[in-house]
Write a protein that binds this ligand. Structure first.
Ligand SMILES: *Cc1c(COP(=O)(O)O)cnc(C)c1O
Length: 444
């Protein structure tokens, strides 16, 4: 088969006719100020039949060596088609398990609930999927002689961990802007270890985001937040991969926790691409889940997306989505409209119990995934998610990054939470008899 020339460029996501190369330093449409998206040459992609794409991707799913062993670069024609091997910066992202939770599914009357384990990755969150694409693009820019002194991001923790790890792999300086005292210790230690310049600012995420946008007006400091649409090209692979793992079928519902809302849009892009190339033939419905304490999209949804205004985010255990002014709100609203989507929210108690409940089935969930799982229960009990549905919940980070949340839950020290599934260690005297009594009490 001769290799068709697949191409992609930046285009305005609001429909203006602006176009730019993926190596340009540009984040917004100069005409309307809207976000950009990566536009692929669909007619070139259509020159391969759906069955050819499926077997190509399936054959690469077992590849042993990078870059094709990466779940993102194993689908490189759909991500950044003309990127050369030498520019790819990969830590082996993607190819993450789809973990079935059959007991939870049965309890909710659903055919299946699967957790897409995006936190099982190099830095422990789905942010790796997008960062491999962005940092690879920067590596290419630098090779082509563009002056990029550093890559920078504002972060609720996981973006900075991913950015600094990929930059460390590529030997590119990174700068991360963190809201002081609002990220977990594990998340703070990651960019420190990977050699980033870690700026701890006395503000919240929204404040950090404002400052990083100002600083990156200097084109030699490249912006790595998800308003940079290169990130979404990698993140959309979650949609493709989960359908592949279901035998190239879309589930009935996909639920994702939403903060800055890039991921919700990215999922939509992945499903759209598969639909337009014929790899799947059904449109799943999408649910975005937010914490009650930081719920701008919930409010927007209730207004039929007429009102997309920001809120002041309140402290929540789901710190990675404690965002009041999401950069990708418009994009997420569009995605939800075209996927017959809904938005649901979760209280602190419910997100904590839902996370703990999934752990009892073998997962080790972060509080953000707890928000998505709590939304799943609410939507299934309300009948919005019909009985017998097949549901995939996107687990966005590894629970180990949030061990303070886990420990607090089981110790019973979290504010506003009285854990239903608390399982604190049992203190026993160091004798066989005391231990046997403890066994009998627990096991009957
Ligand atoms: C970033 C992040 C989110 C939110 O993703 P958005 O694309 O900003 O909506 C959710 N969960 C975790 C663990 C994250 O790191």
């Amino acid at each position: 088969m001769s290799e068709p020339s697949f191409r992609a460029k930046f285009a305005c996501s609001e429909g203006c006719d602006f176009r730019a190369s993926l190596t340009e330093v540009v984040y917004r449409c100069p005409t309307c100020g809207g976000l950009l998206e990566v536009r692929h040459d669909l007619s070139a992609l259509r020159s391969r039949a759906a069955s050819e794409w499926r077997s190509l991707f399936d054959s690469r799913f077992g590849a042993a060596r990078l870059p094709l062993a990466s779940g993102v670069w194993g689908k490189r024609e759909w991500v950044y088609p003309d990127l050369e091997d030498g520019d790819i910066v990969s830590l082996g992202e993607g190819r993450q398990p789809l973990l079935p939770l059959p007991r939870l599914a049965a309890e909710l009357g659903l055919a299946s609930v699967d957790l897409k384990q995006c936190g099982i990755s190099a830095t422990g969150s789905f942010k790796d999927l997008g960062m491999t694409v962005l940092v690879s693009a920067v590596a290419r820019m630098r090779r082509l002689g563009r002056r990029v002194r550093a890559v920078a991001c504002a972060s609720t923790g996981d973006t900075s961990a991913a950015l600094s790890a990929y930059c460390a792999a590529a030997g590119i300086p990174s700068v991360v802007f963190l809201p002081r005292g609002k990220v977990s210790l594990a998340q703070l230690v990651q960019p420190i270890s990977n050699g980033a310049l870690v700026l701890s600012l006395e503000t919240d995420f929204d404040g950090c985001m404002r400052i990083v946008q100002e600083v990156t007006r200097d084109p030699s400091i490249y912006l790595a937040n998800s308003m940079n649409s290169l990130r979404l090209e990698g993140q959309k692979i979650v949609a493709v991969e989960l359908c592949q793992q279901l035998g190239w079928e879309a589930p009935d519902w996909v639920i994702v926790p939403g903060g800055n809302l890039g991921n919700a849009g990215a999922l939509g892009m992945g499903f759209e691409l598969m639909l337009s190339l014929g790899l799947i033939d059904r449109r799943p419905r999408i649910a975005v889940a937010q914490a009650e304490k930081a719920n701008p999209l919930v409010r927007a949804f209730r207004s039929g997306f007429a009102d997309l205004s920001a809120v002041q985010a309140q402290p929540t255990l789901a710190t990675a989505i404690q965002i009041g002014s999401p950069v990708s709100m418009r994009r997420a609203a569009r995605t939800l409209r075209s996927f017959d989507g809904v938005v649901e929210e979760a209280a602190e108690q419910d997100l904590s119990d839902a996370a703990a409940r999934a752990d009892l089935e073998g997962a080790f969930t972060c509080p953000q995934t707890g928000v998505a799982l709590a939304a799943l229960s609410k939507l299934a009990r309300a009948g919005t998610i019909a009985r017998g549905s097949r549901v995939v919940v996107v687990s966005t980070a590894h629970g180990l990054k949030f061990y303070g949340f886990k420990e607090g839950y089981h110790r019973g020290t979290l504010a506003e939470v009285d854990g239903r599934w608390r399982n604190p260690p049992v203190e026993v005297r160091a004798t066989a008899q005391a231990v046997e009594e403890a066994l009998d009490r627990r096991l009957g």
